[in-house]
Design a protein around this ligand. Structure first.
Ligand SMILES: Nc1ncnc2c1ncn2[C@@H]1O[C@H](COP(=O)(O)OP(=O)(O)OP(=O)(O)O)[C@@H](O)[C@H]1O
Ligand SMILES: [Mg+2]
Length: 220
C-alpha cells in the first residue's frame, strides 16, 4: 500500500486540486486518514496575517486531521507567476519540503501532494516539479484537463513522467470544459495511448461536489 501520491497535471488549471480533494474523499471512504500538501503555491493572498492559497486551504478543510496551514503549504508566494520568479527572494528548499512531507506522513495514512503547474514547471532556479516528485519518491497520478489539445498534452506528460523513472499509478480525466465536443471519444483515445490505468472520469460540474467526484474514482 502506498502512503502517498504525487498529483500532477497537463497544465495549470487542469483540475489537479479538484481531483486531489476527490481523491481525499475516496481514501477517506476506504477508512484511511488523509492529508494534502501543496508545497509550492504562487498567487497567494494575505489572510489572517499570512500568505495563503486556495488549494492549500481546501486541503486543510478536507483533511481527516487538523493540520497547521504552513505544513500543508510551506512556500506561499504572492505574485501569480512561475514559482522560480515569484520566490526569487525566498526560493524553495527541497529539503525543507521533504522534512514537511515526512511530518505529514506521520500524521495520516495517505498524503496527497499537488505539484504546481505541469511536470516541468520550475519550482526554483535549479529544480522543477519533476525533481520535487522524484525527491518525494511518490507514485504519480496525472490529471488531464479534457479540452482541445489534451491528447498531445496527456502523451507528453506521461512520457515525461516515464522519463523521470517514477511509477505512474494512473490518470484522471477532468472534464473542465462544458462545451467539449466528442469528450468520450477523446478520453478513449488518451486511454488507448497511455499505458497506465484510467482511475476515473470527473464530470463537468457547475459547482464543486467532491463526494460526487469521489464516486467516479476506482482502482487505487
Ligand atoms: N470537474 C470539473 N467540472 C467543472 N469545472 C472544473 C472541474 N474541475 C476543475 N474545474 C474548474 O477548473 C478550475 C481549475 O481547477 P483546479 O483548481 O482543480 O486546477 P489546478 O490544476 O489545481 O490549477 P492550479 O495549477 O492553479 O493549481 C476550477 O476552479 C474549476 O473552475
Ligand atoms: Mg491547484
Amino acid at each position: 500500500m502506498n502512503n502517498g501520491y504525487f498529483i500532477t497535471g497537463t497544465d495549470t488549471d487542469a483540475g489537479k486540486t479538484w481531483a486531489t480533494i476527490a481523491l481525499m474523499h475516496y481514501f477517506k471512504q476506504q477508512g484511511k486518514s488523509v492529508a494534502g500538501m501543496k508545497p509550492v503555491a504562487a498567487g497567494c493572498r494575505l489572510r489572517c496575517g499570512q500568505l495563503q492559497n486556495d488549494d492549500a486551504l481546501l486541503m486543510q478543510q478536507h483533511a481527516s486531521i487538523p493540520v497547521d496551514y504552513r505544513l500543508i503549504n510551506p512556500y506561499a508566494y504572492e505574485l501569480p507567476v512561475s514559482p522560480h520568479l515569484a520566490g526569487r527572494h525566498d526560493p524553495v528548499d527541497m529539503h525543507a519540503v521533504l522534512a514537511g512531507f515526512k511530518q505529514l506522513k506521520a500524521l495520516a495514512d495517505i498524503v496527497l501532494v499537488e505539484g504546481a503547474g505541469g511536470w516541468y514547471a520550475p519550482v526554483n532556479r535549479q529544480e522543477d516539479v519533476s525533481d520535487l516528485a522524484k525527491m518525494l519518491a511518490l507514485p504519480v497520478i496525472i490529471v488531464v484537463a479534457i479540452r482541445l489539445g489534451c491528447i498531445n498534452h496527456a502523451k507528453l506528460t506521461y512520457r515525461a513522467v516515464q522519463h523521470s523513472r517514477l511509477h505512474c499509478a494512473g490518470w484522471i480525466a477532468a472534464c473542465v470544459d462544458a462545451d467539449m465536443l466528442m469528450r468520450e471519444e477523446t478520453i478513449q483515445t488518451i486511454a488507448t495511448a497511455l499505458d497506465t490505468p484510467l482511475l476515473g472520469i470527473l464530470p463537468y460540474l457547475e459547482r464543486a461536489d467532491f463526494h460526487r467526484l469521489a464516486e467516479q474514482l476506482a482502482g487505487l
